[in-house]
Design a protein around this ligand. Structure first.
Ligand SMILES: Cc1cc2nc3c(=O)[nH]c(=O)nc-3n(C[C@H](O)[C@H](O)[C@H](O)COP(=O)(O)OP(=O)(O)OC[C@H]3O[C@@H](n4cnc5c(N)ncnc54)[C@H](O)[C@@H]3O)c2cc1C
Length: 323
């Protein structure tokens, strides 16, 4: 019996999400009196794999082989299923991101496992197995009872604090040979974003809404983000209008994030938007309407015209940073 945790790497580097998953799986394994086994797929250097040991990973299986550079759902489901059998996993932990959402249902069928999708904490009890998740755009919690012997949990991003537990993990190579003939689809090309801070990993996020008035006004917002080492985000209408790319859209139907600082500029604070950002440690809102709902979620607020306030903020940050 074990807890298997599937980690994700981008070009051989682990992001915060993977450390979070390992922290979670390690604590869950303690609750179940068993151990956590970490699975990494694709080429990752041993030095990078050892970083997972800082969060409690004692054993890492490193699946390597041709064709594992990019996500292919069918191949990865096969590998994860094989490993789950090998380590007798009773619980499989994945992220509740697009990758996890694509893999978990397929694995659920293969493993005959019940899924807890988008859980945001450790189980409340293990016998019976009850775990909670946010529902209704984060306005309520639901307790899920999973009755199957095997279970799959997808963890909401940024919902579990990193728990440092340094150790030296045992790394075992797990050679995989894929028969391309058995796959029904094939990933032909992958276009990766480069040079930008990944929104879901960012400690600081500067986000704009319709109150920014036009896509031409984004210059100072981007400048502020660059100065703060922040990622940029936006509300849904902004990406629907094509003012900003869709991958920046946060909220119920977009990315769910929980940075240390979320600066919401010209965003009203609709429930569907807050569903994606309300777990941020500190929200700062800039809005011309003093009654905008965003101020209820914000710790600090500035009532005023973003077009005037943003350049002043940029200048103030430049001064503090000596730029
Ligand atoms: C099923 C469903 C799912 C949805 N999912 C999402 C989602 O995932 N994410 C999301 O964001 N939305 C989502 N929405 C849309 C959501 O309901 C809101 O319509 C949207 O969040 C509003 O975006 P906004 O705050 O940018 O624009 P608005 O509601 O138009 O608000 C603009 C704000 O800017 C302020 N403002 C105006 N001028 C200035 C100025 N000069 N300076 C400063 N402030 C100014 C205004 O006071 C106002 O508060 C969803 C809706 C539905 C029905």
């Amino acid at each position: 019996m074990s807890v298997l945790v599937f980690t994700e790497n981008w070009d051989g580097k682990f992001k915060k999400l993977s450390f979070e998953l390992v922290s979670y799986a390690t604590k869950l394994a303690e609750m179940l009196n068993t151990s956590a086994v970490v699975l990494s797929i694709g080429p990752v250097a041993d030095e990078e794999l050892r970083k997972l040991g800082n969060y409690g990973a004692a054993k890492i299986l490193n699946a390597t082989g041709d064709g594992l550079n990019s996500l292919d759902n069918q191949s990865w489901v096969n590998i994860i299923f094989q490993v789950a059998e090998k380590v007798d996993a009773t619980v499989l932990v994945l992220s509740n991101n697009n990758t996890g959402k694509a893999l978990a249902p397929r694995l659920s069928v293969r493993m005959k496992a019940g899924i807890g999708a988008g859980v945001n904490g450790l189980p409340k009890s293990t016998v019976p197995f009850v775990v909670s998740k946010k529902v209704y755009s984060g306005n309520a919690f639901a307790d899920l009872l999973i009755r199957s012997e095997k279970k799959i949990l997808t963890l909401s991003q940024n919902s579990f604090e990193l728990v440092e537990k340094p150790g030296t993990p045992e790394i075992e190579n797990y050679p995989v040979s894929l028969d391309p003939g058995t796959l029904k689809t094939r990933v032909k090309e992958v276009h990766k974003q480069t040079g930008k801070i990944l929104l879901t990993d960012a400690e600081i996020v500067v986000s704009g809404g319709r109150g920014m008035k036009s896509p031409d006004n984004w210059g100072p917002l981007i400048e502020l983000a660059d100065l703060l080492g922040a990622a940029t985000a936006c509300s849904r209408p902004v990406s629907d209008e094509g003012w900003r790319p869709h991958e920046e859209h946060t909220g119920q139907t977009g990315k769910i994030i929980a940075p240390n600082l979320y600066i919401a500029i010209g965003i009203s604070g609709a429930t569907q938007h807050l569903a994606g950002v309300s777990s941020s440690k500190c929200i700062v809102a800039i809005n011309s309407d003093k009654d905008a709902p965003v101020f209820e979620a914000a710790r600090y607020g500035i009532v005023g015209d973003a077009a005037k306030i943003l350049p002043q903020l940029v200048e103030a940050v430049k001064e503090i940073k000596g730029k």
